[in-house]
Design a binder for this molecule. Structure first.
Ligand SMILES: [Fe+2]
Length: 293
């Protein structure tokens, strides 16, 4: 029993106008129907994948994990409640706002709101069309992409995401951000995407280090990097290939302060044969941090 994929994320930013311009103009996301004051964006057939609302956090506001149907949602509700978590049932307003058939919610050990849902609204009658000419994103069974979160308590985060939600460890990377500073990042999958979640065991100013969206082609990554540069968005990591998922990507700082990774070419997990590995570097080449940022 596991969650199926990352269905949606909710962001709270001080400047929704700037964030929306970045989302459409640089990332190439398609504007979707808003929900109240929240602006929303599409990556695929789903009615929305990313919601952005105004607020001081400049951080992730909530995560939405998708499960297959009502039986899976009920099983997850029971498992979370049995573990002693306070589990909320989505009321009709919340279901309407998210556009899903069923939903429960709880808090992760660091206090982030985590929603689990089934039955997202599909907009197949209005096909995805990117305002920046992006042909499409790798989603479907792999969900919208991945998120990398900081945590104050790795053991507690593991208990929640691994033992309760059912994430499986893909691998670890020993990070050495400064001399005499090191920690292990842990990468977790819940479907064929190499990691839907990664955890940084270090308290940081915000929970969300970055979210990642994936395109099928390297050209789409190159065009996105050129749009980011033309828009003056700070490139926080140059084009590079990651050691663990082999993704070729670049990173840019979004107007919310957290970063976005835009990539292609990641390997996929075959659960039957996958073996956990460890790495001593995050990248085989590239991903350099330009001096100006
Ligand atoms: Fe990433």
């Amino acid at each position: 029993m596991t969650i199926g994929s990352l269905g949606y994320i909710g962001l709270q930013v001080r400047d929704p106008d700037a964030w929306s311009a970045f989302a459409t103009g640089v990332l190439g996301l398609m504007p979707a129907e808003p929900a109240g004051a929240a602006r929303r964006f599409r990556l695929d057939d789903l009615a929305w994948r990313i919601a952005v609302e105004a607020g001081d956090a400049d951080d992730l506001n909530y995560l939405g994990f998708e499960v297959g149907g009502p039986a899976e949602l009920e099983a997850m509700r029971i498992r979370l409640a049995d573990a002693g978590l306070a589990v909320g049932n989505g009321d009709t307003d919340r279901l309407a706002e998210r556009g899903v058939v069923g939903l429960i919610s709880c808090l992760d050990p660091d206090g982030l709101k985590v929603e689990i849902f089934y039955g997202p609204t599909l907009r197949t009658e209005t096909p995805f069309a990117s305002p920046a000419g992006v042909g499409g994103f790798v989603t479907g069974e792999q969900g919208l992409g991945h998120v990398v979160l900081s945590t104050r308590d790795m053991a507690a985060a593991r208990r929640f995401y691994q033992d309760l939600l059912g994430f499986r460890l893909s691998d670890t990377i020993r990070m050495r951000p400064a001399p005499k500073v090191s920690f292990d990042m842990e990468f977790f999958h819940c479907n064929r995407r190499h990691h839907t979640l990664a955890l940084i065991p270090v308290p940081m100013p915000r929970r969300l280090h970055h979210f990642m969206i994936q395109t099928p082609t390297l050209d789409a990554v190159g065009f996105a990097m050129e749009r980011a540069q033309a828009a003056g968005a700070p490139i926080t990591a140059t084009l590079g290939r990651h050691t663990n998922d082999h993704m070729v990507s670049f990173y840019a700082r979004t107007p919310g302060g957290f970063e976005v990774e835009f990539g292609c070419g990641a390997i996929e997990v075959d659960e039957a044969t996958w073996r956990v590995g460890r790495h001593d570097a995050p990248s085989t080449w590239g991903h350099k941090r330009p001096a100006a940022h």
